[in-house]
Design a protein. Structure first.
Length: 109
């Protein structure tokens, strides 16, 4: 499981600002590639984190909230189904990692 980056206050500000812009660009119809190419962050790692997290948010919205299948999500973002499937796999791993860290379980309380 990858380590998660600790953000400085300035990086948090950039992350929040650019994440909002990224989501708005995608909502306005830009492809994933177009929207990500406009991320304004000097640090390459931060830019990649914003792009990766933005894709996770969009998958959550389109697939889990709106019920689109992965093919529809990929078509909407003008990317590959494989990229959507891989990102979804990482999302599930992230959730499982968080549950393990908190000592929780999935199921009835």
């Amino acid at each position: 499981m990858p380590d998660y980056k600790e953000f400085s206050k300035d990086e948090e500000r950039i992350y929040d600002l650019e994440m909002g812009r990224l989501i708005e660009r995608i909502k306005s119809g830009q492809s994933l590639k177009e929207a990500c190419s406009s991320i304004e962050a000097e640090d390459d790692e931060l830019r990649q984190i914003i792009a990766d997290d933005g894709l996770k948010i969009v998958i959550a919205e389109l697939h889990y909230n709106q019920g689109m299948d992965f093919e529809q999500v990929a078509y909407r973002l003008k990317t590959t189904v494989e990229q959507i499937e891989e990102t979804n796999r990482i999302m599930i791993e992230d959730v499982m990692h968080t549950i393990k860290q908190k000592g929780g379980t999935i199921g009835n309380a």
